[in-house]
Ligand binder design. Structure first.
Ligand code: G1P
Length: 293
């Protein structure tokens, strides 16, 4: 069984829900406490043993590439000022030379198309896919638990969580079959099911392990929901030949592509940090107790 070495991050989205900020700052670079959203997702991938990071970017996203580069002048200045801790932290986050790749999705044709744009960089091996809007908080990272399941089952893995059945039409939804290791067999997948038709309330939360045969399928994939080339539709075709398993993630997921999810993530991560918790608890509690709008 081939090890999961590469992860794809589709970061071409316009981020219209965060205008005017996203006129100049990509939504993936907005900060949750003091780190950009994308850093949380990359941290999750590295924790899972990912060695190579592949970013599918778009116009106005060049700052993401700069962010993952070494900032030699900054490092020198920090060293001169004796800021050892800050410097060590930055160097720790810094990917090794040659372990990042960037390609562009030239047209916004959908998630399936964005993933297909990474085909040359992924090559003929299974890979992880992480949607950067979805930031996760858990003791055991979602992707590392999926890799553990993959080592037991092989095939393709999709992480899911429960959603309010009223919200099911916003997501990819799976049907649940029998238990396998710490996951289950997927019997069905449907992208944005019409209200009242979802096979369950288990939604695809933005973490995938996929076999490279998905690329050939995506190259021929017709447009689906929202008139976009949908990854879920491609996965349904792949599921005719290959196994798909679900991993039910137990931690918290914040949709940082939405304002409420983004605010929630900031509060949750601040409260989870020993250097922040006490400082934010009192003012947050006071804010929550005030009746003023
Ligand atoms: C995408 C996927 C969907 C998944 C969702 C998670 O949808 O197509 O299956 O449930 O991400 O955020 P999008 O949010 O791009 O509409």
């Amino acid at each position: 069984m081939k090890k999961i070495r590469k992860a794809v991050f589709p970061v071409a989205g316009l981020g219209t829900r965060f205008l005017p900020a996203t006129k100049t700052v990509p939504k993936e670079m907005l900060t949750v406490v003091d780190k950009p959203v994308i850093q949380y997702v990359v941290d999750e991938a590295r924790e899972a043993g990912i060695e190579h990071l592949i970013f599918v970017t778009g116009r106005n996203k060049a700052v993401i590439e700069d962010y993952f580069d070494a900032q030699v002048e900054l490092y020198t200045t920090l060293a001169e000022r004796g800021k050892k801790e800050e410097l060590a932290h930055l160097k720790d986050l810094q990917p090794q030379p040659g372990t990042t790749s960037f390609t562009r999705q030239q047209q916004p044709l959908g998630l399936g198309h964005a993933v297909w744009c990474a085909r040359e960089l992924v090559g003929n091996e299974p890979f992880a896919l992480l949607l950067p809007d979805m930031v996760m908080q858990a003791e055991k990272g979602c992707l590392s638990e999926m890799v553990r399941l993959y080592e037991a089952t092989g095939g393709n893995i999709v992480a899911v969580q429960e959603c309010d059945p009223e919200e099911a039409h916003k997501y990819g939804i799976v049907g649940k079959g029998k238990a396998v290791a710490h996951g289950f067999e997927i019997t069905q997948m449907v992208e944005k099911p019409a209200k009242g038709t979802a096979p369950s309330n288990l939604y695809i939360n933005g973490r995938y392990i996929l076999q490279p045969e998905i690329f050939d399928i995506l190259s021929r994939q017709e447009k689906g929901a929202g008139n976009e080339i949908q990854l879920t539709d491609g996965m349904c075709s792949l599921a005719q030949d290959q196994n798909f398993y679900g991993y039910r993630f137990e931690g918290a997921t914040f949709d940082c592509g939405s304002k409420t999810g983004f605010i929630e993530a900031n509060v949750a991560f601040a409260l989870s940090r020993s250097d922040m918790r006490e400082k934010v608890l009192a003012p947050l509690t006071a804010l929550l107790n005030t009746t003023k709008k």
